[in-house]
Design a protein around this ligand. Structure first.
Ligand SMILES: Cc1ncc(COP(=O)(O)O)c(C=O)c1O
Length: 404
């Protein structure tokens, strides 16, 4: 750190000027990236195993994405939604085809997509003259940080400091069928779930819980919202985790990797559910802008050209197998390897996740940590197999060093 004067200056300025929002940040000022590599202002190279938190699906400076962004920027970056723009409509068509949904709205972030999903579900019932406002979500979920999505998030630390909170949100323990049955009734507007809870430590839903949620929604008419903001875009080895769970949502939300790093979010809905919005109900100045949509189209082109969803499945299996091998070697330190595709959580038996993250950074790897004992990996979908062995070896060394 001492050898990086830019980092020193940025830390000092950040402490003075930036809102105090981030807690402890790692001592790295990102300068640029190339493929799966990130370079700091210190000139050091890091293997990006966190992918901007599931955003940099094509890695960094991917030629197809750079080309699409630069050529769209040279044409038109933004235009009002008073007018049509080609990338917005073409992206909607493409997402509908990929997901089997009928209607698409493009926004700017994950939280906004979930906010729109909640509005859409409530709007659907209001338009039928039915006051079904309750949104049932899971404890330990994460759905965003706007007031409604922070309230839907089943972790009071994200919402309680900002009370009063919007009404009509109910939480049930994840994977608890009885609690779900007790919570969902003819007042329920929607059940909102992640299929793998990402922010709380890569915790997959039980298939029986997901099937039961779908069944309850069908029985009561409640809308089923699946938040695919982290699990979508091929991350789990399927374009959507819903496809892997065999569930048919009424509303799906996407964001993160959709435009490879350009801010974007999307709400996808069945034709029937889409009637929840009528003109003027939901718009956004930047939502569906040509730049973000052109970037997303380029990402989807690259997925098709390079078979990246299948690559995520294959690479994820290789990485998980290597980590399970490490777990067999170090059973007193690694308790579980979980997740799907390239969304992997490593449960450590000891509270050493932050130390492992720091130790891995010193060795040239960016990994995430959740709480005291989970290491989270969300690498770009272009991760080559050839880097897995060295990563695992260095993880082993780091774990041994920090557990001494
Ligand atoms: C499952 C899930 N939903 C919603 C969000 C919020 O997305 P954003 O940070 O783009 O608002 C996140 C972000 O981590 C997420 O993982």
């Amino acid at each position: 750190m001492a050898s990086d004067p830019i980092l020193q200056e940025i830390i000092t300025l950040d402490e003075q000027y930036y809102l105090n929002c981030f807690g402890t940040r790692m001592p790295l000022c990102v300068d640029h990236g190339e493929g799966v590599w990130v370079f700091g202002t210190d000139g050091k190279r890091y293997l990006d195993m966190i992918g901007g938190l599931a955003v940099n699906v094509l890695g960094h400076a991917h030629p197809r994405l750079v080309q699409a962004i630069t050529s769209q920027a040279a044409k038109v970056i933004h235009c009002s939604n008073y007018y049509y723009n080609e990338p917005q409509t073409r992206l909607a068509k493409r997402l509908a085809a990929l997901t089997g949904m009928d209607r698409v709205f493009i926004g700017n972030s994950g939280a906004e997509a979930n906010e729109a999903a909640i509005k859409l579900a409530r709007g659907y019932f209001h338009k039928k003259g039915q006051p079904r406002v309750q949104i049932v979500s899971a404890l330990m979920s994460f759905h965003g940080r706007t007031l409604a999505t922070a309230t839907a998030t089943g972790q009071p630390k994200y919402s309680a400091p900002f009370a009063p909170l919007p009404a009509g949100f109910v939480h049930v323990p994840y994977n608890d069928l009885d609690a779900l049955r007790a919570a969902v009734n003819d007042k329920t507007g929607a059940v909102m779930l992640e299929l793998i809870q990402g922010e709380s430590g890569v915790r997959p839903a039980d298939p029986a819980f997901v099937r039961f949620a779908e069944q309850l929604c069908r029985e009561t008419g409640a809308r089923l919202i699946i938040d695919e903001i982290q699990t979508g875009m091929g991350r789990t080895g399927h374009f959507l985790a819903s496809q892997f769970y065999g569930v048919q949502p009424d509303i799906i939300t996407l964001a993160k990797g959709l435009a490879g790093g350009v801010p974007i979010g999307a709400v996808l809905a069945s034709e029937d559910t889409a009637s929840g919005f009528t003109p003027g109900d939901h718009v956004s100045t930047f939502g569906g802008n040509p730049l973000a949509c052109a970037a997303a189209l380029a990402v989807l082109d690259e997925y098709e050209a390079s078979g990246l969803v299948a690559a995520a499945a294959e690479r994820g299996e290789q990485l998980a197998a290597a980590l399970r091998g490490l777990m067999a070697q170090l059973p007193e330190v690694i308790g579980e390897v979980r997740g799907a595709g390239l969304m992997i959580g490593l449960e450590l038996v000891k509270p050493i996740a932050v130390a492992v993250k720091a130790g891995m950074m010193a060795k040239g790897y960016l990994v995430g940590s959740v709480g005291a004992s989970v290491i989270r990996l969300l690498p770009p979908l272009i991760l080559p197999e050839s880097l897995i062995a060295a990563f695992t070896k260095d993880l082993e060394k780091t774990i041994q060093e920090v557990s001494l």
